[in-house]
Design a protein around this ligand. Structure first.
Ligand SMILES: *[C@@H]1O[C@H](CO)[C@@H](O)[C@H](O)[C@H]1NC(C)=O
Ligand SMILES: *[C@@H]1O[C@H](CO)[C@@H](O)[C@H](O)[C@H]1NC(C)=O
Ligand SMILES: *[C@@H]1O[C@H](CO)[C@@H](O)[C@H](O)[C@H]1NC(C)=O
Length: 414
């Protein structure tokens, strides 16, 4: 049932063919003393037994094969079971899951907090029952290509997608053990294999990976870095881009008497269901101005440059899992590079992931965590609060394939 049960199955599976092979060899040695017919009989018999056992084990393994195969990683229940404190089980009331999570994060709730917080089932209805991480099928390739002392994890992602959050989670909780042993305690997180961004710059479009180096990263071998690519539900992401657009620029006004700003403004208001007039976005990334058909296309194409085009290992992780499943998600990312994560008792939850620049004084963790949970865990507004035209355009423009692979649901239309 538990992760240990799984290990047993895996171990037996590995034993299967090994214990069979010596049998065939033993059988082979009987050639000298027995007739050919007897030999064939014995070989056939053991082959059949071997095949039978082997297939039996294979199909058992297949039952939980999500961990070994496929581009999309979903924890299946038996793997999740040791993380049931973070993920609800039927016997645990959904309030207890939330309480337990805050307890683990060592954030003390006050009277009345629980009423304001979303329940775990509300959260699951938005982010799904399992973390979704793409690219875990390439971890082995990464580990075999890059020796431990050269390994490093670095954040990459569009603006407002959680790059700071993943960096902080990893810096606080993950090390490459060989690097730790080599550099000794008290050294920098970078020496232990955790960088705050990929050497090509965290917002740089992946197709410019080999054309551009972030300052002070010129001498790093780019393929030594495993990009940890953060992605966020595009509906929240676009709203967030309306608030802080960084180097992205697009028109939020229309000509004529109507002066009210429209955001995200995917299409001009002269658009119809048949004919849409998208609002073009330009964004400066790695000293280059790139143009996208609309803000939705920027989301599609920026991530497709990893998800579709990259032939090197990468991990795509959802902002939502980094907020609500910090321990399980960090562990999966860290171990992809052969790293070790702090155990749960010592795990440092990141409650305040906001950049602490001027005007962003440090607030108390309780309020920050509650705010984040309310902000990201409550049911979505109808049509995400977009205009009807933007909503319709979003349904058409956003990559259905990427939405599906990431397990993102569309906000309700009524
Ligand atoms: C990136 O570099 C490659 C050669 O390494 C070149 O062919 C390509 O045009 C460059 N792309 C950009 C956008 O500069
Ligand atoms: C990169 O290597 C060059 C040549 O060895 C050196 O001059 C430069 O300072 C190095 N840059 C960094 C950021 O370490
Ligand atoms: C719709 O509006 C856009 C932007 O103002 C303009 O470029 C386009 O020509 C308009 N199309 C029609 C059919 O009016």
């Amino acid at each position: 049932m538990t992760i240990d049960g799984r290990k047993e199955v895996t171990a037996k599976n590995l034993e299967g063919p090994n214990t069979c092979r010596p049998w065939s060899e033993v059988a082979g040695q009987r050639i000298q003393t027995q007739g050919l017919a007897a030999l064939i009989f014995v070989l056939l018999f053991f082959n059949t037994v071997c095949l039978f056992l082997y297939h039996g084990q294979l199909s058992k393994l297949d039952g939980g094969s999500n961990i070994v195969r496929g581009n999309r990683y979903e924890l299946n229940p038996s793997v999740v079971s040791d993380k049931k404190d973070e993920i609800s089980s039927e016997s645990t009331s959904t309030k207890n899951v939330v309480l337990e999570y805050f307890k683990e994060a060592r954030v003390i709730l006050r009277d009345g907090d629980l009423q304001n917080l979303p329940t775990w089932s509300q959260i699951e209805s938005i982010i799904g029952k399992r973390p979704v991480i793409l690219g875990l099928d390439r971890c082995e390739i990464y580990r075999s290509k890059v020796p431990p002392l050269r390994r490093m994890l670095g954040a990459s992602g569009m603006f407002n997608s959680g790059t700071n959050l993943v960096t902080r989670l990893l810096k606080e909780n993950c090390v490459i053990p060989e690097r730790f042993d080599y550099y000794g305690p008290g050294s920098s997180k970078e020496k232990y294999g955790i960088r705050w961004q990929v050497p090509w710059g965290k917002h740089t479009a992946a197709k410019l990976k080999y054309n551009y180096s972030a300052p002070l990263s010129e001498n790093i071998t780019k393929d030594d870095a495993l990009p940890i690519v953060t992605v966020r539900n595009p509906y929240d992401w676009m709203r967030s881009m309306c608030q802080h657009s960084y180097t992205a620029e697009w028109s939020k006004n229309e000509k004529g008497p109507r002066k009210k700003q429209i955001c995200p403004h995917l299409v001009y208001t002269n658009s119809t269901s048949e004919e849409k007039w998208p609002v073009e976005v330009t964004v400066k990334l790695a000293n280059q101005y790139l143009t996208f058909t609309s803000l939705a296309h920027l989301w599609n194409e920026w991530y497709a440059q990893y998800e579709q085009d990259a032939d090197y290992p990468y991990i795509i992780v959802r902002f939502e899992d980094l907020v609500f499943r910090q321990y399980a998600t960090t562990q999966l990312i860290c171990s992809c590079a052969g790293g070790e994560t702090k155990d749960k008792d010592n795990f440092k939850f990141i409650v305040n992931s906001a950049k602490q620049g001027p005007g962003h004084g440090k607030k108390d963790e309780r309020t920050d965590m509650i705010h984040a949970w309310i902000k990201y865990g409550k049911p979505k507004d109808v049509k995400s609060g977009y205009s009807d035209q933007d909503w319709e355009a979003s349904l058409e423009y956003l990559s259905h394939d990427l939405m599906k692979k990431l397990g993102y649901r569309y906000p309700p239309s009524k």
